[in-house]
Design a binder for this molecule. Structure first.
Ligand SMILES: C[S@@+](CC[C@H](N)C(=O)[O-])C[C@H]1O[C@@H](n2cnc3c(N)ncnc32)[C@H](O)[C@@H]1O
Length: 310
């Protein structure tokens, strides 16, 4: 099918935004068949460790989906390029998240499946890497929010806190490659096993476009961001507590560029391994959102907080 003229595409997007969720059912069935086809293709290349997980991940990469957006701090009526880009990003999250490109979805399915076959011991949780990868990595819907943020904001210098196994770093870097090919990403991880495995994977995929730093943010963040400054995009996904959000934001705010976007994951997170403890993530998120350098702040679904800097 040829490309739709731009005007018609816009009308299509508006129509999609108005469709009730069940009107997407037919589209979903088509996407299921498409994802199954890719899965079968991959399975011809090599046996899969967890075909169901791979299929779920492929479906999530393409399925029509949108997220509610709640405005915590509204941007001033402003026609700066950053404000316009942020408004477009917000629209695309609410109206229908862009799917991941098929090549990216395939690579991510293969990366995930490789980890899901890794039985190296993960002693701290009495489990193995396969188990820990599954509980700690972002799903593909969250990945699509990240990819959309990078696509619309076009950041040159990106930072991630909490690499884990490198899945979200790969999503950010693939998205950045399409809009700012010379862009760079620095990602920070405290855990030895996660750092070792993700650094090898990300070096193979992106060479020296990605720097993997091992350490706790408390020790390494301030110097890392000063080295990179000005930073245009941050995904904060390590250290889930109100205290960590506020501390890490304080350590990076002077290095953030005007118009930079910071995404906080799991703003309502509770530690299921330490019942009874209070993470106070939400309080921390709201404290960050109230910082005077924050121009606009939104909540995306229940899990993500996103701010844009003045
Ligand atoms: C939820 S996982 C990250 C998932 C990853 N961003 C993804 O979506 O694929 C959180 C990671 O942050 C790391 N982490 C926790 N506290 C940290 C800290 N203070 N400094 C650096 N890394 C930290 C953990 O070891 C863990 O691997």
């Amino acid at each position: 099918m040829g490309r739709l003229p731009f005007k018609n595409r816009r009308q299509e997007n508006k129509k999609a935004a108005r469709k009730p969720p069940d009107a997407w059912e037919e589209d979903r069935r088509g996407i299921d068949a498409f994802a199954t086809g890719i899965l079968q293709d991959i399975a011809r290349e090599r046996p899969l460790n967890d075909p169901y997980a791979a299929l779920r991940l492929l479906r999530q990469s393409f399925v029509p989906v949108r997220r509610d957006v709640v405005e915590i701090k509204a941007a001033r009526a402003d026609d700066s390029l950053f404000a316009i880009r942020f408004a477009r990003l917000k629209e695309s999250i609410e109206g229908g998240l862009p799917p991941l490109p098929e090549t990216v979805a395939r690579r991510c399915a293969l990366i995930a499946d490789t980890y899901l076959g890794n039985n190296e011991e993960f002693p701290r949780r009495g489990a193995d890497v396969a188990w820990h990868f599954a509980v700690s990595s972002s799903n593909m819907i969250k990945s699509r929010v990240l990819a959309a943020a990078v696509r619309f904001m076009r950041p040159t210098r990106c930072l991630e806190i909490g690499t884990a196994y490198g899945l979200s770093a790969a999503i950010i870097a693939f998205a950045q490659q399409r809009v700012v090919p010379e862009g760079r990403l620095l990602t920070i991880e405290i855990g030895e096993i996660q750092h070792r495995l993700s650094a090898a994977l990300l070096a193979e995929l992106f060479g020296d476009r990605i720097e993997c730093c091992r350490g706790a943010t408390q020790a390494v963040l301030a110097s890392a961001v000063m080295r990179m400054a000005p930073v245009d995009f941050v995904f904060h996904d390590g250290g889930h507590s109100g205290e960590a959000y506020v501390r890490d934001f304080g350590n990076m705010v002077d290095a953030l560029a005007p118009g930079a976007v910071v995404v906080f994951d799991d703003i309502r997170w509770q530690n299921r391994f330490a019942p009874g403890t209070e993470s106070r993530c939400y309080e921390g998120w709201r404290e960050v959102a109230a910082h005077p350098r924050i121009e606009a702040a939104i909540e995306v679904g229940t899990a993500l907080g996103m701010v844009m800097l003045a």
